[in-house]
Design a protein around this ligand. Sequence first.
Ligand code: ATP
Length: 616
Amino acid sequence: ADLNSDKQALLAFASSLPRARKINWTLTTQVCTSWVGVTCTPDGKRVRMLRLPAVGLFGPMPSNILGKLDALEVLSLRSNRLTVSLPPDVASIPSLHSLYLQRNNLSGIIPTSLSSNLAYLDLSYNSFVGEIPLKVQNMTELTGLSLQNNSLSGPIPDLHLPKLRYLNLSYNNLSGPIPASLQKFPASSFLGNAFVCGFPLEPCPGTTPSPSPNAPPSQESNLEKFWRKHHKIIIIAILAGGAAILLILIIILVICICKRKRDGEPRAASSSSKGKGVAGGRGEKSKPEYSSGVQEAERNKLVFFEGCSYNFDLEDLLRASAEVLGKGSYGTTYKAVLEDGTTVVVKRLKEVVAGKKEFEQQMEIIDRLGQHQGVVPLRAFYYSKDEKLLVYDYVTPGSLSAALHGNKSAGRAPLDWETRVKISLGAARAIAHLHTGAGGKFIHGNIKSNNIILSRELNACVSDFGLAQLMATPHFHPRLVGYRAPEVLEAKKPTQKSDVYSFGVLLLEMLTGKAPLRSPGRDDSIEHLPRWVQSVVREEWTSEVFDVDLQRHPNTEDEMVQLLQVAMACVAVHPDQRPRMEQVVRRIEEIRSSGSGTTTRTSPEDKPREEHIQIT
Ligand SMILES: Nc1ncnc2c1ncn2[C@@H]1O[C@H](COP(=O)(O)OP(=O)(O)OP(=O)(O)O)[C@@H](O)[C@H]1O
């Protein structure tokens, strides 16, 4: 078996099921990079995961097709309308460790040929009948078993599975005592089976209740003796303790009510600080902050763009573990790692004034402009009254800002000259594309080194564009002021020419290795980078301007001076004197091709996108 046989099996699977929503699988496209729901092994030789939850698949689940994917580890076809039965060839794929088929219309018996490598099996909310197969006992890797809400009957097997952490057999027609090996699970694991008895449910008829499933009989009788002797004292102590706790709770409650009244704080305020700590009950993880504004009824409304190969729903995103990457002018950005390991960036926008239609139109434009190798593509968005979320690819290793100004003692290697030119050209091309790509009117509005994300090959990917148009008023985050053109600081309206100014500051940042706003004197006065560079150049100390890390590179000063001239043209005070972005691109291309040849001049920008942006 190889990738080609996996591809044939997937195509056969797709053609055997009428689909409500079109799946983008075709003979001519790449299985591993563009097929929705498909994840390959790291070497790209086999299909490792197939995840198509809630995509409207309906009809009988085909036999002898998916079983051919013999490197498959995860299969998720949950929340579709698959019928008839679970084919034995699927359940027995030897490499399979997670099988999610919950919320379909599958019936018949659970096949006995279950793979012994399964770690998670979810067949809940179907119509399976018959007994729970004894074969489950052999699945020693099993950590979760969800069979609730089926029509399973017969006894509950005695399962000695050391890794089993989650079990749900509720709402079936099972009968008989709960085996001792499963009495550690809560009552909710067994509820809704009229004839199931024993701890943690009601004792079985004709048996004496035992206080603990594992307590040895001798200990039990000692306890009884102790209880007989001291029960009055124990009851009085419990009542006194309970009364004291109640009193303390009442005092705390009164203090809280008084404090709230004093603060005059409305109950619904502080929605933005909710989230991380909103942990649910048993087994639930704390939810990411950005989940707090998503309404229960709207959880299926994550809008994906065409060609996106991610396959998760909003529910998955809300369950992801989220880490704050930063709080910017448009909101908070999180790195979200989903349960299957998929990593994305979620931007939670604040203070959006655009209505739904306007917002959706802008998303369409951002998506269209994202079809460029130098731009971080927007993959999905969510819009509701209380919450606006954007989902992007997670690009590593990080921002240009971190690469230029990050901590050297933490092992950061300085960017060499060749790389800085490559990044400048990549970013310039991407911004020129934004300026020309949507009828010639589009403005980035937020160019800065934090918004140039570097791929593993250190190619520039421009992010965070097209959002200013959705916001109430332009926000000037302190970090942003150094990039703002003078006319924007006054009139607060960015233009393509103000983008050119910001790009000029970015070039100066790369040439000097200095941040756009500096505090040179002891009096803490702030100096703008363009003004500082101008003053040094005027004194004819040009070479003093360049980053000390660049001064070590031989024969590159000519190129540095030429790029400095481009940067200075971009930061001209009058917008009309600044070049257009296409002119900037041409100038950097000339500088690059007239290079001294001391370094290799390959052109990775010409490679196809998937090699260009490394996404984890
Ligand atoms: N797609 C991405 N992949 C990896 N890191 C990202 C991605 N998008 C943003 N980041 C990083 O996340 C951090 C926070 O980004 P965010 O856009 O919220 O703030 P900012 O760029 O500092 O400010 P602003 O909102 O004004 O642009 C930044 O360091 C940025 O480099």
